[in-house]
Structure formats: structure tokens, C-alpha cells
Design a protein around this ligand. Structure first.
Ligand code: GLY
Length: 376
């Protein structure tokens, strides 16, 4: 399989998806073994003399040498900055250390950061690049499923504050994204399953065929042919690309990517983050679909199709957490507008609606959708 979708050079087994946002155009390279091309891709897309790889303590030992070798083969002088793995390190203190590290490595405005890792690393590397010298280029090299299908594309980069997740950041589009599906071999099966929550979300948003496929069998790394991994990651990137091309700054259409997230964030926080993000999104998606069915906003067939896919992926379809706790966290979501919030309703398969609801109606949706499924 070889599919070229942009002007960039693609190799056999690689899909290249062009992203065109108002602030930057770039290619997302999805393939098996594409990690060895990071240097050549960075050279074409970003140029520069120096490349600094930003990674963390779990991913660095696995892939940093290969990425550095590829960058050196493409003529870069390289350095590597490694920070401690874990969401708790996605903070201003780590950012400061990374910025000092970029200065120490002598990167100039023409040089490039290579963010190698999962979602936390994409945020840290992207935000460091956005701030250093008022902005240098970044190549995103996602190694987790969540980062490949979601966070590496679209330019959202942030750190957490004591008051909440992702409260301090920028839109900073990468110069290229390189997603090597072979890196998924190093992902824990439970984390892989969790991340499929975002894949189900994309399928509900824009791809009923993918949703039907997801309801037939679990999407795991084990026994999954590389071609299928590439196809599914690339399809998710296309779905996200179509949204961010149309609305880079989340003024309209990009809000639809929050499908499942309003109740999902409430569930994730009320579980004290013991439930993974993707699992929380999956449960939030089902709860919102159940509430939408009760309100007459979607048909039973839509609800059933969503439930079937989430169930087949071994993800939660409901929550037993107390409504008060879930609602309290939802009501403090950073996406709240005054006393109301935009929610995303799965109106049809492949077509969602954004509705503005007041806090009492939001509470009603929690009552209707959470803990009321047969499986709760
Ligand atoms: N993950 C949602 C977005 O990038 O907008």
C-alpha cells in the first residue's frame, strides 16, 4: 500500500496527509518504519542546522538513538533533552528546564525541536518550541495511539496549572508529524485500549464505516496487520485534519472534537483520574448519547451503534459515579461560557450538533445519561 495525498515524497507503506491551517501547512506521515525517515522529513519540512529531541524517560531509551541517528544522517547537529515521564511533569517547572536546555544547546531561530513521545511530550515539546526565541519549528513524532490520532495534529500545546489541565498554552502547528505505527508495540495493551476511546469518537463524528468496523472486533496492536494500523491511524488523522483545516482556533467546527468530553471530563475528574482519558471519553460519549436519546435529539439506532462500538472495544459505556461529583466537575470545565456550555450531540452517525445549554439542562443530561444504562 502506498498512498500519496500531498506534495511530499511518500515511500511504500506510508500515507502522507496534508494539513492546511491558516497559520501553517504541513504533512502528517503515517507508516510502518517511518521513524527512520524523521531526519529526511525534518530536513524537507523545517530545515535548520540543529535539532533538539525532547523526550521523556520511558520513550527516550526506546527510540531517541534511532531518531538522533536519522537526524544526523540528514545533516543535523543533535542534542537530546529528557524529562521525567508522567502527566504530573507537564508543568511550568519542566517547561523552564526544557527552555534552558534549548538555550544551552544553542538552538537558533532556524533550528528545530523534535518532540518524541506521547501526548505529554507533544505538549511539552510543542510549547517549548512555541516559546523559545518567540517561536521555532517543531516536528511532532507521536509514539502513542492517542498522540497519533489526536494530539500531534492540530497544534494545541499546553501545560497544566494547579487549577486544571491544559490551562496554559498556545496553538502552535508543527512543521511535520511522523507517526510510526511500529512504536505502538511498546504501548501497554490497557493504554492502547483506553486510547481507542478517541478513535471511537472520531468514527462517530465522521466515519460510520469505521464505527461499524470497531463494533465487530477490538482494535489492538497484537495480531493487527501493519496495513490496518496505518489505515486506521491515517483515517483518524484525516478526520481531525478536516476539522482543524476548517477551524484552527476552535471558534466553531473544532468544538465538535469535544464529543464525549463534556461528561467524559466530569467522569475522569470525579474518578480522581483513576479512569483513563479515552475510557472516560467513551463513557461520556455513551452517557451523552443516552441523554440525547431521552431528549429526542437522536434516534435509538444512533445510540445503539455507539454503544456497540464502545462495548466491543472493552471500554465503559456508563458510570456509577455520583451525579453531583460528575456535574460539579463539568460545571467547572474551562470551556464553560458564563452560565452555559456548548455540548456536542451525536445527532446522526457521522453528523453531530453543537447545542448551547444552561447549567440546569446540563444537570438534567447527567441525570438522564449517567448510571441509567442497563450496564450501570
Ligand atoms: N483534542 C481536541 C482538539 O485538538 O481540538
Amino acid at each position: 500500500m502506498s498512498k500519496k495525498e500531498s506534495g511530499a515524497s511518500a515511500r511504500a507503506g506510508e500515507v502522507v496527509i496534508a494539513v492546511n491551517t491558516p497559520s501553517r501547512s504541513y504533512d502528517v506521515h503515517v507508516g510502518a518504519g517511518v521513524l527512520e525517515r524523521v531526519g529526511a522529513i525534518a530536513r524537507d519540512a523545517a530545515g535548520g542546522e540543529r535539532a533538539c529531541v525532547i523526550t521523556e524517560t520511558n520513550v527516550g531509551p526506546l527510540y531517541a538513538d534511532a531518531v538522533e541517528a536519522s537526524l544526523e544522517a540528514a545533516g543535523y547537529k543533535t542534542s537530546v533533552l529528557t524529562f521525567p515521564a508522567g502527566e504530573q511533569h507537564k508543568c511550568l517547572a519542566t517547561l523552564e528546564t526544557l527552555l534552558e536546555g534549548l538555550a544551552e544547546a544553542g538552538l537558533t531561530r532556524d533550528d528545530v525541536v523534535v518532540a518524541l513521545g506521547g501526548g505529554v511530550t507533544g505538549d511539552m515539546g510543542g510549547l517549548a518550541a512555541a516559546m523559545y526565541l518567540r517561536g521555532i519549528q517543531v516536528v511532532q513524532v507521536p509514539t502513542s495511539l492517542l498522540a497519533m490520532v489526536d494530539s500531534s495534529v492540530g497544534g494545541k500545546v499546553a501545560v497544566d496549572l494547579a487549577h486544571g489541565k491544559n490551562l496554559c498554552g498556545f496553538f502552535w502547528q508543527p512543521s511535520a508529524v511522523v507517526a510510526d505505527v511500529r512504536c505502538l508495540a511498546s504501548i501497554e495493551p490497557s493504554l492502547m485500549r483506553d486510547s481507542v476511546g478517541e478513535v471511537v469518537k472520531h468514527a462517530v463524528l465522521a466515519d460510520p464505516e469505521l464505527l461499524a468496523e470497531l463494533s465487530r472486533e477490538p482494535f489492538t496492536f497484537a495480531d493487527c496487520p501493519e496495513e490496518k494500523l496505518v489505515r486506521i491511524v491515517a483515517e483518524n488523522v484525516r478526520i481531525k485534519r478536516d476539522v482543524v483545516d476548517a477551524d484552527e482556533r476552535e471558534r466553531g467546527l473544532r468544538q465538535t472534537l469535544n464529543l464525549g468530553h463534556t461528561i467524559g471530563h466530569g467522569i475522569e475528574a470525579a474518578s480522581e483520574f483513576t479512569l483513563g482519558h479515552g475510557s472516560s471519553v467513551a463513557a461520556g460519549l455513551c452517557c451523552m448519547a443516552r441523554a440525547s436519546l431521552a431528549k429526542g435529539w437522536c434516534k435509538p439506532s444512533v445510540y445503539e451503534a455507539i454503544l456497540a462500538a464502545v462495548e466491543a472495544q472493552g471500554l465503559p459505556t456508563d458510570t456509577r459515579l455520583p451525579h453531583d461529583a460528575v456535574f460539579d466537575y463539568m460545571a467547572h470545565d474551562k470551556k464553560r461560557h458564563g452560565d452555559s456550555m456548548n455540548i456536542v450531540v451525536p445527532a446522526e452517525l457521522g453528523a453531530v450538533e453543537v447545542r448551547r445549554v444552561g447549567l440546569p439542562e446540563l444537570r438534567e443530561l447527567v441525570e438522564l445519561g449517567c448510571g441509567t444504562g442497563k450496564e450501570a
